[in-house]
Write a protein that binds this ligand. Sequence first.
Ligand SMILES: NC(=O)C1=CN([C@@H]2O[C@H](COP(=O)(O)OP(=O)(O)OC[C@H]3O[C@@H](n4cnc5c(N)ncnc54)[C@H](OP(=O)(O)O)[C@@H]3O)[C@@H](O)[C@H]2O)C=CC1
Ligand SMILES: Nc1nc(=O)c2c([nH]1)NC[C@@H]1CN(c3ccc(C(=O)N[C@@H](CCC(=O)O)C(=O)O)cc3)C=[N+]21
Length: 279
Amino acid sequence: MARILDGKAVAARLRAGLAERVAGIGFRPGLVVVRVGEDPASGVYVRNKDRAAREAGFESRTLHLSEDTAEDALLREIAALNADPAVDGILVQLPLPGHIRAEAAIAAVDPAKDVDGFHPINAGRLASGLPGLVPCTPRGVMHLLREAGVKLRGARAIVLGRSQIVGRPMAQLLLGADCTVTMAHSRTDDLPAECRRADILVAAVGRPEMVRGGWIKPGATVVDVGINRLPDGRLVGDVAFTEAETMAAAITPVPGGVGPMTIACLLENTLEAALARRA
Ligand SMILES: NC(=O)C1=CN([C@@H]2O[C@H](COP(=O)(O)OP(=O)(O)OC[C@H]3O[C@@H](n4cnc5c(N)ncnc54)[C@H](OP(=O)(O)O)[C@@H]3O)[C@@H](O)[C@H]2O)C=CC1
Ligand SMILES: Nc1nc(=O)c2c([nH]1)NC[C@@H]1CN(c3ccc(C(=O)N[C@@H](CCC(=O)O)C(=O)O)cc3)C=[N+]21
């Protein structure tokens, strides 16, 4: 049976360490989450972020704009936050309403305050192997792998999903840690066979329990990024957990795996951004 990689516990330790550092710097790093409209899932995430930030000694607020906010009005709000010296980190919660281009909102954030790491400048730095702000979810996954002592150098890793926010940066970080990386997606031929070669499997597709036990190399490390709400209200990942658990050496649960790490890394990015802006 696989060892459970307890993201909730690792994230709590990470937040406690950040709280200690924040207490020692003489100011409160400021985080603003920009939320447009009423996406119900966003409500939960935004509240969780806000609570975690305050508990760790950050200044946190949510700028909640109405569903019918025009794109140029949103861009003006972002420009004002860019110009506000008390604001160290800006996160524009996704998804945005359909009439707003997410790329435009992401590109409007000052790269020095882009604690999501989604701005093309930060994505380009990551792809070039340069320092910059790294997307929270992949950063959290790397923390978990390192904390668990998973061997990275030379290991075969597969990332399922190639989104800007998870799959692509995840693959870059694994590559940077000397894994041999495969990026798989909806057009991949024979996904199960690709998966069975992997020592490390990261699933970020958004399809409930798509990855079956038989896809997993015996002894592999399985990281499940997926957060899927089933019609009956249950929250499941992209991996069929009870099947995978019998094959893997280590596996993250959903909930309690990658999700809490994402929030802890958002705070880590905000502290880094705050220190870098004052350096
Ligand atoms: N735990 C956390 O902190 C976070 C969790 N999430 C969760 O992670 C999941 C992925 O999110 P995100 O990256 O934003 O999702 P996107 O929808 O942006 O991307 C999904 C990716 O999965 C690929 N894909 C879809 N279906 C298949 C399939 N049948 N076989 C192989 N690949 C497939 C797509 O391929 P293609 O490019 O070919 O279309 C795409 O690259 C979601 O469940 C989301 O809720 C997201 C962010 C944070
Ligand atoms: N600009 C932007 N940045 C994001 O980072 C971003 C976003 N938009 N939009 C939505 C996704 C999703 N996401 C999650 C954050 C925390 C949990 C989380 O804390 N999950 C807990 C609890 C889950 C629950 O109970 O609902 C867990 O997995 O244990 C999950 C998912 C961040 N995202």
